[in-house]
Design a protein around this ligand. Structure first.
Ligand code: GCW
Length: 727
């Protein structure tokens, strides 16, 4: 231990003071590295502390179950950080004002609320002031412990944002039942399309070693209301179902359980052959059915609250029922029957397309599934990506939404940014998610939004779900960058309530992650809200899609052609030639428009009416056609590419101004990533302009800088170790 003696005039004094300053500077307590996510619990402003302390200083909360203990620990940790002192846990609210938490079963004080709790369901909660024993008390009441935990996170969110608790009267119920992350994590620790390091799951040391990070992961998810996680990649390895790996999954399930996060697994359809030694995986074969039934029993013996299976079948080389001439419903139902006695569900993915089918890839999932509506068991949900191709920066909503009224459809978003600049580009996905959820399918007339299909309200389905392909890895920031945490956050908050606004969610996140000061929140939220459109501008303006480099998808590749299948090339999607550009999906083209409800189809089919951001998705358009700006298409395209680059520069300026308002370590990394993004936006612009100009031979619009390199240069760039490639 270092002892300091101060004597005026002592030369050592200055040296020691310097040392001390250095120690303070590098002290871990002050280093923000992003690990704490939006749960930093940084001290609230001194003007507010007393108000919060008087409401929250005394806490009455049970501590008998694991979740109850988690609730108390979260409150202790949160209030200690925010208010500078731990709350006093009391046995009863007598005396001072108190915060009273629990369920009617766990807390006698809350029994009178039994009636009012009827509306909040299994996971909802009340958070409000009431009179208890003649005194005002703030209560967080729920039917089950997990609802209390969600309520505690709600309360801590308010305090973190500096919101007054006066008159608080909240009743929250999640709108969607299954709110899941999908990890594309392989058993060797590699994460497909992962840009945040390796997998969080250390399969080798499980089940013996439960890394504390697993608990932090569950906590973060619970803070958003995420209630399930699929541990392994949809490109599944049958070994995940072997006894040894099931024990490892069970250990994770034990860690997650107090946080309300259930474990699910991706099932490999051919597992009965690979693990069970059967000669077939035909879903109608009695031995195969029996194998799945026994496997389900084995899983539930280890994980009594196991959630169910996620399946990618007959897609991109994965085995499936069609290998035996059976349908997707036959395949899903055999698994569903095995899980039904235990209460599990099957999430059967609709992301299917086949290279030997000449049909427009955008149409194939619909063609495959729409006729199966009504053919699935009650415990099957069909999981549909947000758009008909593949998580592009912008797609129209998937035509299956609204088209399978008798089947619950689960929406799949990608949180990891495979097509949006990986982890280094600052792209807030809230606006993308919001755009999809608010899109109107017109399935039952105007107002039949995707959100209403997905939450089950449009067709009165009891089962409903939403999944996000996780952007989480073992990087210290969890998500590969500070701003990518916002995408995990936004997904979770919208999964709880898909009608919230992306802007409000961003504002909460900024307040908790950086600072609740308006001088920080306002500019950062504005920057985030514009960021998705900016990425669309420099990557895929006007409805272009799938123009990425081959394989790893890092950077532009509009020239990608040839190879094993046409629908893995770029030229298949943009169809640029001397005269024009775009995929004709109108009635006179591939007729993909006809998969939408009549009103929507008419709009998309009409080149005058189609929303301009989707123009080239649905139409092949002449380069000289005048767009709404008055510019010809070619000029507009170049204009948007350039605008994208300029807007990244504007983000850099915004961020620079926040220096000193955001802690230095995080400020530095974000600034560096914005520089990378700026350079890559320029690369996207230049490479795209060079390529399309080589096709149309048109001059650049006045004032537009020519690409600094010839096209051959952009074509020559190779990135053999770009992260996340499928393998
Ligand atoms: O977007 C594509 C990815 C694949 C992925 C596939 C899918 C897991 O490039 O890596 O495979 O989608 O969603 O199944």
């Amino acid at each position: 231990m270092l002892t300091l003696t101060w004597r005026r005039g002592d030369g050592r004094c200055a040296f020691l003071a310097g040392m001390l300053a250095l120690l303070c500077y590098i002290s871990p307590a002050s280093a923000e590295d992003g690990y704490d996510l939006w749960l930093r619990y940084a001290p609230v402003g001194s003007s507010k502390v007393e108000g919060y302390r008087s409401a929250l200083g005394n806490v009455v909360a049970p501590d008998r179950t694991p979740t109850q203990r988690v609730v108390r620990e979260e409150l202790r940790r949160g209030l200690a950080g925010l208010l500078g002192s731990e709350p006093r846990f009391r046995a009863s609210p007598a005396g001072d004002a108190a915060l009273v938490l629990g369920t009617p079963a766990s807390s006698p004080w809350l029994a009178p609320l039994r009636h009012e709790l009827e509306g909040v369901g299994e996971e909802g909660y009340l958070l409000r002031w009431t009179r208890l024993d003649g005194r005002d008390a703030l209560v967080i009441a729920a039917h089950r412990d997990i609802g209390v935990l969600y309520g505690v996170f709600h309360l801590l969110r308010l305090v973190q944002a500096g919101v007054s608790l006066d008159g608080l009267d909240v009743s929250e119920v999640p709108r969607i039942k299954l709110r899941l992350l999908n990890h594309w994590d392989n058993l060797d620790g590699y994460v497909e399309r992962g840009y945040a390091g390796g997998s969080l799951w250390d399969w080798h040391t499980l089940p013996g070693w439960e890394d504390p990070r697993y608990t932090d992961y569950a906590r973060a998810n619970a803070s958003l209301g995420i209630n399930g996680t699929v541990l392994n990649n949809v490109n599944a390895n049958a070994l995940s179902f072997s006894p040894a790996y099931l024990r490892k999954a069970a250990a994770l399930a034990d860690v997650f359980r107090p946080y309300g996060v259930r474990v699910y697994l991706s099932a490999r359809f051919s597992a009965p052959m690979e693990l069970g030694g059967l000669a077939t995986a035909d879903p109608l074969d009695p031995d195969v059915r029996q194998w799945w039934r026994e496997k389900a029993r084995e899983i539930y013996a280890l994980i009594p609250d196991f959630g169910g299976f996620l399946v990618k079948a007959n897609s991109e080389g994965q085995p499936g029922p069609q290998d035996y001439g059976r349908t997707h419903a036959d395949g899903a139902n055999v698994l569903a029957d095995a899980l039904a006695p235990h209460g599990g569900v099957v999430m059967w993915r609709a992301f299917v397309y086949a290279h030997d089918v000449p049909e427009d890839r955008a149409k194939q999932a619909y063609n495959e599934f729409v006729g199966l509506d009504g053919a699935f068991r009650d415990n099957v949900v069909v999981q549909v990506k947000n758009g008909p191709i593949d998580f592009q920066p912008r797609e129209p909503f998937h035509p299956l939404f609204g088209a399978m009224p008798r089947t619950p459809l689960m929406l799949e978003f990608q949180i990891t940014k495979e097509y949006l600049g990986f982890a280094t580009h600052l792209v807030y996905l809230g606006p993308l998610y919001e755009e999809v959820l608010r899109a109107d399918t017109h399935a039952r007339g105007a107002g039949s939004t995707v959100a209403r299909v997905v939450d089950g309200s449009l067709e009165s389905h009891a089962l409903s779900g939403i999944a996000g392909v996780a952007n989480i890895g073992d990087d210290r920031t969890w998500s590969g960058s500070h701003f990518d945490q916002a995408n995990w956050y936004a997904f979770g908050r919208l999964a709880w309530n898909p009608y919230q606004s992306a802007r409000d969610i961003a504002a909460e996140w900024v307040a908790m992650t950086f600072s609740p000061a308006q001088e920080v929140v306002r500019p950062v939220v504005d920057m985030m809200m514009a960021s998705r459109e900016t990425a669309v501008d420099y990557m895929t303006p006007l409805g272009l899609h799938h123009v990425i480099a081959r394989g790893h998808h890092y950077g532009p590749g509009p020239w990608v052609d040839g190879g094993p299948r046409a629908d893995w090339t770029s030229v298949y999607y943009h169809r640029a030639d001397r005269d024009g550009i775009g995929f004709d999906r109108t009635a006179s083209g591939s007729d993909a428009v006809s998969q939408y409800a009549a009103d929507v189809a008419r709009e998309f089919n009409d080149v005058e009416r189609v929303p301009e951001p989707l123009l080239l998705w649905f139409h092949h358009v002449r380069w000289d056609r005048r767009l709404r700006s008055g510019r010809p298409l070619w000029d507009e395209l170049v204009h948007r590419y350039t605008r994208g680059v300029r807007n990244v520069e504007a983000m850099q300026v915004t961020w620079r101004r926040l220096e000193g308002r955001v802690d230095a370590p995080r400020h530095r990394q974000v600034a560096a990533f914005l520089r990378i993004q700026r350079d890559e936006a320029q690369w996207w612009r230049d490479a795209s302009v060079a390529y399309f100009q080589s096709i149309n031979g048109l001059p650049l619009p006045a004032g537009e800088a020519p690409p600094p390199h010839p096209l051959a240069y952009y074509l020559s760039l190779q990135f053999p170790y770009a992260p996340g490639d499928g393998r």
